[in-house]
Design a binder for this molecule. Structure first.
Ligand SMILES: [Zn+2]
Length: 352
């Protein structure tokens, strides 16, 4: 991709490379046994900037995000309206569905992340309110098209949630982000929102993070105000997982499903299935297993130029996630069988 950006590879050659990368990812992802897969975001310039890549009303010099290792990422800024996406996530979904045999989850960027494109000094003739109206319409379409095209779920990447507390400890920024995203979500029915989820993490780029030092307990109560059915929550790399799990239990609404991260893409150490199993059992002790699922803590390379994690490592970690989740299911099932033989089955056991 860097070569293509520098003009070293023709459009046709690039399209062929993209196509083979998507095919290979889907083939290897399905081989892990994962019941739901993604395209690995092989052809996005980044998880955050795919809708705006190539727009002619952007200039450099927008919001800068500092990472713990000292490197930064800088967003562009909008120079004039109207604001419109150039690429919608459904285009990636359509490619993936050509090759996938199992359901596909599609990631989209949050409206709150793209709200950072509007410069604080304003744009003459294009108010912030006019921008937000355009942004809400585009963010809605980005999700709606994926649902219509048969995405198993649509995951809104909300990595700026935890970062927002670092930037503004009063939490006003975080709450404005959540309110903005809820303005997108209120355009969907309850049944549609059950197929929508939110991903939270401390950012992941070049094996570093931007907000791991922000306490989850500061984020989670507000996070669960997002009116979605599913949460994909980085957890494997947390120092005190039981504490985070208890905060989740206290704050998630009954209809919200919790997918906990059981592998850490920042670490090069591949988890064993037994480690994953133990993380699931630890979670099942605190959160009811009926609403519990597993995921990876984050994407393995959310920016296209990040080569810090090898493909083989990524798939080994996914394989461990799938195998470990299965081991946990077996352990939980045999635990239930033991309880059943020890006494007459209670209502609760029958339901489970
Ligand atoms: Zn993430």
């Amino acid at each position: 991709m860097q070569q293509a950006a520098a003009g070293g590879i023709s459009q046709d050659k690039m399209a062929a490379l993209y196509d083979s990368a998507v095919r290979d990812t889907i083939r290897r992802f399905e081989a892990t046994g994962s019941p739901i897969i993604t395209d690995g975001e092989q052809t996005k310039p980044s998880f955050a900037t795919y809708p705006i890549h190539g727009l002619d009303n952007l200039a450099p010099g927008g919001v800068t995000i500092p990472f713990a290792d000292g490197h930064t990422r800088q967003l562009p800024k909008l120079t004039r309206g109207p604001f419109q996406y150039r690429t919608y996530a459904v285009s990636y979904l359509e490619e993936a569905k050509k090759h996938a045999r199992v359901p596909v989850k599609q990631a989209v960027i949050s409206a709150s992340a793209l709200s950072l494109l509007y410069p604080p000094e304003g744009i003459p003739g294009y108010s912030r309110d006019a921008f937000l109206a355009d942004l809400l319409r585009e963010a809605e379409r980005d999700i709606r098209d994926c649902l219509a095209r048969g995405a198993a779920t649509v995951q809104i990447d909300f990595t700026e949630g935890r970062l927002a507390i670092k930037l503004d400890p009063s939490k006003q920024l975080l709450r404005s982000f959540i309110d903005l995203n809820n303005r997108v979500l209120e355009r969907f029915t309850a049944a549609e929102r059950a197929r929508i989820g939110v991903h939270t993490c401390p950012g992941g780029d070049h094996d570093s993070t931007h907000s791991a030092d922000v306490d989850y307990a500061e984020l989670l109560p507000d996070l669960f105000r997002l009116t979605v059915g599913n949460f994909y929550i980085q957890l494997a790399s947390e120092a005190n997982r039981p504490r985070v799990l208890r905060v989740i239990k206290e704050n998630a609404k009954p209809e919200q499903r919790i997918f906990i991260g059981v592998t850490d893409p920042i670490s090069s150490q591949v988890e064993t299935p037994e480690e994953v199993r133990d993380r699931v059992l630890e979670a099942a002790d605190i959160i009811s297993v009926e609403r519990l699922g597993t995921t990876d803590d984050c994407g393995f390379s959310p920016f296209a130029d990040d080569t810090s994690t090898a493909r083989d490592t990524a798939f080994e970690k996914i394989r461990a996630r799938v195998a470990g989740t299965r081991l946990a299911e077996e352990a939980l099932d045999s635990g239930k069988r033991r309880a059943k033989t020890a006494s007459a089955p209670s209502q609760r056991e029958k339901r489970a």
